[in-house]
Each structure stands twice: as C-alpha cells, then as structure tokens.
Write a protein that binds this ligand. Structure first.
Ligand code: SAM
Length: 199
C-alpha cells in the first residue's frame, strides 16, 4: 500500500500500525481539511502516528505536500469519506485519540440527518478507541455542540472529561485549527468537547 496517500475501497479491518515506520500510538483526524492542525500536532507530538481522513482530493494532496516538505514520516492520509471507512476498516481498540474538528454542521432541519454525530457513529468510534482513549469534538455551531454533547452524555461508553454537561469555549492550545481561526475572525465562539472511552 502507498503509505503517502492511498485512495481505496478498504473493505476489511486494517492494522494501521503496519503502515508506519515506527510503532507508536495512533491518532485519527476526521475531516482534516488541508492538514494545518494535524501537521502542527505531528511536529509537536512526534511520539504519535497520525491518520488523516479527508474526502476532497485536492485537500488530501495538500496534506501530503505539507508533510513531505517537512519530512514527517508519522502521518498518513486516506482520501475517502470517513463514514465509509469507519464501519469496515478499523480494528477495535486501535486509536489513542480521535478528533472531529469543525465538521459540516448541516444547519437546515431538512439536512440534519446528514450530520456525522449519530449514536451509531459514536458506537463505531468507541469500538475503535482503546480503553480510556480520547474523543475531541469541536464546532462553532452552538446547537451542534449541544446535540453532540447530549449524544455523548447518553452513550454508555463515553464519559465527559470536562465534567457533566460541560462544553469548553476555550480551545486546548493545540486544537486551534484553521476553522477555529475562521470562526474567531467572524467573532463566533467555538465549542470544545472532550470525552473518554470508559473501560
Ligand atoms: C469545515 S472543514 C474543517 C477542517 C479542519 N478539521 C479544521 O478544523 O480546520 C471540514 C473538512 O471535512 C471534510 N469532510 C467533510 N465531510 C467529510 C467526510 N464525510 N469524510 C471525510 N472528510 C470530510 C471537508 O472536505 C473539509 O475539508
């Protein structure tokens, strides 16, 4: 498999550890955009390996260009829709941390069923995370944050690391992503949610 960029129909569970030179804990970034966030993370926390999932080819290519320029060997990009990948391709107990930063909020009621955050999506994520693995969700849409928070609070496999019903308006320093800055420029507060998988 091409470890720099692969576009594929992965249909069975993969051992993603095998794709990296060094065996290290895995971090998954869903909807990576052009990779600004994950590149910074991979540089500041080289003790992890990173998998980006981005559906748009030009953005996936931009991530590859960025990490090749920096000679980073701890990032891989998968160009696909994460909802196609996650149910079929992930081993259980595989990821240390999963990020879903500023996903499309699908604000209009008639499109709300397209939102990524669903009870089934959280079932898949909890299965893919190691025990005590982290799930970080960020959005600049308050209603989506509340919606996600309620789904997570109701899920038996997750606990809120910020305290019951708590959403932070202050990003962890490392989680200031491109879309966080876009929202900030428009004077819109963002919401940061951190849950852990319970054993
Ligand atoms: C609003 S941007 C956020 C980018 C980045 N996470 C950030 O916070 O700056 C959402 C990104 O997710 C990608 N995306 C949306 N739905 C996706 C899906 N189902 N699978 C993979 N990528 C997706 C979009 O192409 C876009 O690059």
């Amino acid at each position: 498999m091409d470890s720099r960029l692969f576009i594929q129909n992965l249909k069975k569970p993969q051992n993603f550890h095998d794709l990296f030179e060094k065996k290290q804990d895995l971090i998954l970034d869903l909807g990576s955009g052009m990779g600004e966030f994950v590149i910074e993370l991979a540089q500041s926390q080289p003790q992890f390996n990173y998998i980006c999932v981005e559906k748009r080819m030009p953005r996936a290519r931009a991530i590859v260009q960025r990490y090749e320029k920096r000679n980073l060997t701890n990032i891989i990009v998968i160009q696909t829709r994460f909802e196609w990948l996650i149910p079929h391709c992930f081993f259980n107990n595989h990821f240390h941390t999963i990020y879903l930063n500023f996903p499309d909020p699908w604000l209009k009621a008639k499109y709300s069923s397209k939102r990524s955050m669903t009870p089934q999506f959280l079932d898949y994520l909890s299965a893919a995370l190691i025990p005590n693995g982290n799930f970080h969700f960020a959005t600049d849409v308050d209603e989506y944050a509340e919606f996600g928070l309620n789904l997570l609070e109701d899920h038996p496999k997750f606990k809120n690391m910020l305290g019951e019903k708590i959403i932070s308006k202050t990003p962890p320093e490392i989680q200031k992503t491109l879309f966080y800055y876009h929202a900030q420029k428009d004077n819109i507060d963002s919401n940061f949610i951190h849950f852990q998988k319970v054993k």
